[in-house]
Ligand binder design. Structure first.
Ligand code: PHE
Length: 356
């Protein structure tokens, strides 16, 4: 068949010369389109004699395939070139600092809980938890606080509602983290070393009190744990927490769940209205503690003839105020964004024993 070589040369040249997708498309139409030159040639096959058709048919089909392949290759090449061109102008400087985006912050109380957990973990204490809505047994009875004991009133307890006629004692919002002592002992038995950070509730509201606040409970029970271990543990803790050697003073006190009991002060100074922990000859009360009462061990299923140890309970909100110079307790729980941004911590500021 005549003309195939010319057609081939013509269209391959046109494909090569097409400078953009539109030009390429019109080459495609005039070559391979329904009314394109090759289609017309294919139509002529019908008029040929069989011998001629035998060679012309395959030759035309090969030409069709060849031009089709050339069109595709050219299309890819044009697209690559367009992308290269775009990338030349549109480069990205990945060394630029990211745009600042508003981010949440870690509340000082959460941060301090993490700091405490890290310090106590280093002394072998794990974190235990208990519910904030407690039964009166866990919050009081199991801790050797009898029903008529004044501590039940002293704690200004929030009681939960019971239906009229339901005479079971009402649940309470836990007034301290001490019920977690019982729960942890029941779950694990002795020996044990746990701390229990969490929320507690008392009906109290003034300059220095909020109805919800935070405590950390500590509990260490083994064969021969004494008050000396307690004192070492606490001094070790305060020194790590404040980043300076902190001495403690134990004063005799009374809690139904410890015997003997001690209130613990940490050493501090007030110079020009400025409070400094770990220096001077002032003392500030920070926690209650003592040797766990045998009744408490027994109600948690632990034999007091075999096991003994200490417990302590410390307010953490004040620990945060002391370390980070936060003046007002009530602001902790007002969710004021300006306060949170000022006193909050970055999520990346992970407490560890080695953090500054
Ligand atoms: N639960 C006591 C309080 O809330 C603190 C405390 C805990 C005292 C453990 C002794 C032992 O005041």
């Amino acid at each position: 068949m005549d003309g195939i070589a010319e057609l081939r040369a013509k269209y391959l040249a046109e494909v090569g010369a097409a400078g953009d997708p539109d030009a390429l498309e019109s080459v495609r139409l005039s070559a391979l389109g329904k009314k394109g030159e090759i289609a017309l040639k294919l139509r002529e096959l019908g008029r040929m004699d069989p011998e001629e058709r035998k060679t012309a048919g395959p030759a035309l089909n090969r030409l069709k395939d060849e031009i089709d392949a050339a069109l595709r290759a050219r299309k890819t090449a044009l697209e690559d070139a367009a992308l290269d061109e775009r990338l030349k102008g549109e480069w990205l400087d990945i060394t630029l600092p990211a745009r600042p985006r508003p981010r949440g912050s870690i509340h000082p109380v959460s941060q301090v809980m993490e700091e405490c957990a890290a310090i106590f973990a280093d002394m072998g204490f794990r974190v235990a938890e208990g519910p904030q809505v407690e039964t009166d047994w866990y919050n009081f009875d199991a801790l050797n606080i009898a029903p008529e004991h004044p501590a039940r009133q002293e704690h200004d307890t929030f009681f939960l509602h019971r239906d009229p006629g339901d005479n079971r004692p009402p649940h309470v919002l836990r007034t301290h983290t001490s019920p977690v002592q019982i729960r942890a002992l029941q779950a694990q038995g002795a020996p044990i070393r746990v701390i229990a950070p969490g929320r507690v509730y008392r009906m109290d509201m003034d300059q220095t009190h909020t109805p919800m606040f935070h405590q950390i409970e500590g509990l260490a029970i083994d064969r021969d744990i004494t008050m000396a271990n307690l004192k070492w543990c606490l001094e070790e803790f305060f020194s790590a927490y404040f980043g300076t050697k902190v001495r403690t003073r134990f004063r005799a006190s009374h809690f139904p769940f410890t015997e003997p009991s001690a209130e613990v002060d940490i050493q501090c100074s007030w110079v020009g209205g400025q409070l400094k922990v770990g220096e001077g000859d002032g003392w500030m009360e920070v926690l209650g503690s003592g040797m766990v009462h045998p009744h408490v061990l027994r109600s948690a299923g632990v034999d007091p003839d075999q096991w003994q140890g200490f417990a302590f309970g410390m307010g953490i909100d004040r620990m945060a105020m002391l370390k980070y110079g936060i003046p007002d307790l009530r602001a902790f729980f007002e969710s004021d964004l300006r306060w949170l941004r000022h006193y909050g911590f970055s999520a990346l500021d992970m407490p560890s024993l080695h953090a500054g």
